[in-house]
Design a protein around this ligand. Sequence first.
Ligand SMILES: *[C@@H]1O[C@H](CO)[C@@H](O)[C@H](O)[C@H]1NC(C)=O
Ligand SMILES: *[C@@H]1O[C@H](CO)[C@@H](O)[C@H](O)[C@H]1NC(C)=O
Ligand SMILES: *[C@@H]1O[C@H](CO)[C@@H](O)[C@H](O)[C@H]1NC(C)=O
Ligand SMILES: *[C@@H]1O[C@H](CO)[C@@H](O)[C@H](O)[C@H]1NC(C)=O
Ligand SMILES: [Zn+2]
Length: 419
Amino acid sequence: MFNVTLSFMFVFCDNTLLSVQFVTSVVSCCPAELKQETNGKKVTLKGFNVKLQDTILFPEGGGQPDDHGLIGDVPVLRVTRQGPEAVHFVCTPLEVGQEVPVKVNWERRFDHMQQHSGQHLITALAETMFGYKTTSWELGRQRSTIELDTPSMKACQLQELEEAVNVKIRDCVPVNVQLLSIDDPAVEKVSRGLPGDHAGPIRIIDIIGVDANMCCGTHVSNLSHLQVIKLLGTEKGKKNKTNLIFLAGNRVLKYAEKSYSTERSLVSLLKTGPDEHVEAVDKLQKSVKTLQKTNLSLIRDMAVLIAQNFKNNPLKSNFFSLHKKEGDNEFMNIIANELNTEETLVFLTVGEEKGPGLFLLAGPTEPVSKMGPRVLQLLQGKGAGKNGRFQGKANSLAQRGDVEAFLRQEFNNFTTEEE
Ligand SMILES: *[C@@H]1O[C@H](CO)[C@@H](O)[C@H](O)[C@H]1NC(C)=O
Ligand SMILES: *[C@@H]1O[C@H](CO)[C@@H](O)[C@H](O)[C@H]1NC(C)=O
Ligand SMILES: *[C@@H]1O[C@H](CO)[C@@H](O)[C@H](O)[C@H]1NC(C)=O
Ligand SMILES: *[C@@H]1O[C@H](CO)[C@@H](O)[C@H](O)[C@H]1NC(C)=O
Ligand SMILES: [Zn+2]
């Protein structure tokens, strides 16, 4: 099995120790850095690595994240393992030799205990019931995943497994921690994967009558403390593996609370009961698709009508300019194609009034290629053209009016020259 690895000189106690005020002394305090990622941003914190005579804060290991807590009133941001010792990262230096109380962030710790013990239980029953071995697991921020060595798992197996783990929880099966000396013959059965820098006795987590496994993590002392386990489902894992997603304990309650709140919001948005939500969203999506199709076809028809309306105007000038917020390149091309751009200069834009958009300039080849660059400049755009078409993207349509004025003046210039 995924052997979780270490044991410590000090014993991590599970839930009993926490009510006790733990006092120890500072052994060393050295400047250090901590790389952290908050909201996807990487930051490097400057601070100190502190070693204590002993600690109740669990360093990351065995798939379980580290504890957070306080040394005195200094927050501990990270705990890591160096050989048999735990290293605490803090931002304020601590005096060596000083006596300090250490407190664990109990909510975080208990959550980790529930997920980790839950994993041991699920892992053990998945193997005894179906022969699916666990190859790794991850305790995530929201949900945890057990990687099972099977290409798939049936829905009925998932149901049976969920039922079985919850029966064990209802049975209040005790969980014992045993410390075995490294030369104990009993260690043989459970000691695969011990790390090279292991020191001290081997720690066995024994769910009585269910599973005994070497593990350094923190666990509940009785399965009743898990409250409940929900197997959310499975996902395809790596080659021939299946990821089983689960929640244990308080996370089940939090998940239910969040789901209910989402459900309430959807009820008021969709105006249907929860049982019809999927159907309602499906309907909405289909109708949006239809509307988008209709929208496009109406925009095309409108382009044709706009062009015809201009052509049929006996008083039309030789310059046609139009802005339409909802439009696209095709809308502009249809208009330009409908109009006789040998004699008419056409300037079209689509997009936000003063924001970004698209433009098209069409007309007799020579003036268009001469005026194009200035149009680009005024629209802060990017584009190119040939054969009487010049088109592209505008970063800002704010100076659209100036473009019109420029075009009117310059194009008149051309036509009068010809005469
Ligand atoms: C396990 O916990 C339950 C509920 O708290 C308790 O009744 C039971 O005695 C405990 N069993 C052991 C062996 O500690
Ligand atoms: C996955 O399992 C199938 C059937 O047992 C086997 O044929 C295949 O080689 C396996 N693939 C890998 C990558 O192990
Ligand atoms: C209609 O189509 C235009 C052009 O593609 C687009 O700009 C606009 O957002 C669409 N409107 C809707 C409601 O889909
Ligand atoms: C417009 O006419 C002026 C003077 O008649 C000339 O300098 C200018 O280059 C002309 N513009 C274009 C675009 O040819
Ligand atoms: Zn473990």
